[in-house]
Design a protein around this ligand. Structure first.
Ligand code: SAM
Ligand code: SF4
Length: 352
């Protein structure tokens, strides 16, 4: 398999059959991890993500259908070096026929690793079926162990459903089972050690994520954000955490800094997207539910693959457009830059 590293701005010759071009940018990064949003809709209303009333959802015709999704992912894995596909949203479990889509993605050649990020609502009865369809890994988002805090943070009383979903995912063998947690000051930040204790008992790998300015309401404040340093300080009041050299060496493009919890075989991760950005080793590319390529969560531009698809473009033309889009990826998100502007679309519409 030949890999042609495309230089931005230069039109690389079209590859022959079996050749793969890298989704490379001007800063030496190569994207191989596709974040695929299946819907912008959600059944929770997390305060750091969405307003209580929800958003203006995309219309049915605007969404890519399953055939369109499979075709784009096929182009990604066959021609552009995509090796991992993470299904997200909005809430991806709300997408009708998700199991069928997973089956089709799992039968692509080369087969991508398939992961899902979900809020866990409705996961319990579906976890085994998703695993059977070919899903490899799952991340469940849960910010609290307290049903009342959950209701305050998500504006819905569904805490028990999420716990059931996590246990069903584990029983279905979806490993490693990860849990994403966002801490908010004065709301759930006191729970950090208890969440870690619970995750250790449940055999779940917990990863704390710094809150990012991606909410539709533009309510994020730098001064209010619970930083990675604060999270670690809170955890260290109850746990000994050490940077494991093996994990550090193997980190690569993984956003989480992993710490081994002394006295256990388990780790806890901290994703310091704001205070210690990992843009320099980013290997991600995003495809929105309406078929737009975004090179970054914080990108201000999108590239319209849906129009190409629906206009009858062939695979090579779509692959070209994808390569050109990636070549324009910015070096970083610039949240700490005074000129930073929050992207027009919120996280739920981009695909988190
Ligand atoms: N609905 C699914 C879920 O909640 O897991 C998938 C989409 S959600 C946008 C993906 C992840 O982004 C979740 O773990 C959520 O906690 C996280 N998230 C949402 N808004 C965020 C923000 N403003 N800052 C940091 N993480 C955020
Ligand atoms: Fe929905 Fe996920 Fe956003 Fe919460 S974080 S509102 S579960 S999309």
């Amino acid at each position: 398999m030949t890999v042609l590293l495309g230089l931005p701005g230069l039109r690389a010759p079209r590859p022959g059959v079996g050749e793969v071009r890298a989704l490379a940018d001007a800063y030496g990064r190569v994207a191989s991890d596709l974040r695929l949003s299946l819907t912008d809709r959600c059944n929770l209303r997390c305060t750091y993500c969405m307003p209580a009333e929800g958003l203006d959802w995309l219309g049915r015709d605007e969404l890519l259908d399953d055939d369109e999704i499979v075709r784009l992912v096929q182009i990604g894995v066959e021609r552009l070096g995509i090796t991992t596909v993470r299904l997200t949203g909005g809430e991806p479990l709300l997408r009708r026929g998700l199991e069928g889509l997973v089956t089709r993605l799992a039968s692509l050649d080369p087969r991508p690793a398939l992961a899902l990020t979900t809020n866990g609502i409705g996961l319990a009865p579906r976890a085994a079926g998703l695993a059977a369809a070919g899903l490899d890994r799952i991340n469940v988002s849960l910010d609290t162990l307290d049903p009342d805090v959950f209701a305050r943070m998500t504006r819905r009383r569904r805490h028990g459903d999420v716990l059931e979903g996590i246990r069903a995912a584990r029983a279905a063998g979806l490993a490693p089972l990860k849990m994403n947690t966002v801490l908010m000051r004065g709301v759930n930040d006191h729970e950090a050690p208890a969440l870690l204790r619970w995750a250790l008992e449940e055999g779940v790998q917990l990863r704390f994520i710094e809150q990012m300015p991606l909410d539709a309401q533009h309510g994020w404040r730098r001064t209010e954000m619970v930083t990675a340093a604060e999270i670690l300080a809170r955890l260290r009041t109850e746990f000994d955490l050490v940077v494991d050299p093996a994990h550090a060496a193997a980190r690569g493009s993984a956003p989480a800094e992993l710490f081994r919890v002394v006295g256990t075989q388990q780790t806890v991760g901290v994703i310091a997207s704001v205070t210690q950005p990992f843009c320099g080793s980013c290997d991600r590319v995003r495809l929105t539910a309406d078929g737009q390529i975004r090179t970054c969560l914080f990108a201000r531009e999108e590239s319209d693959l849906r129009s190409l698809l629906r206009g009858g473009a062939d695979d090579a033309t779509i692959a070209d457009a994808w390569v050109v889009a990636m070549a324009g990826k910015q070096p970083g998100h610039g949240i700490d830059d005074p000129s930073f502007l929050q992207p027009d679309r919120p996280m739920s519409a981009i695909g988190g």
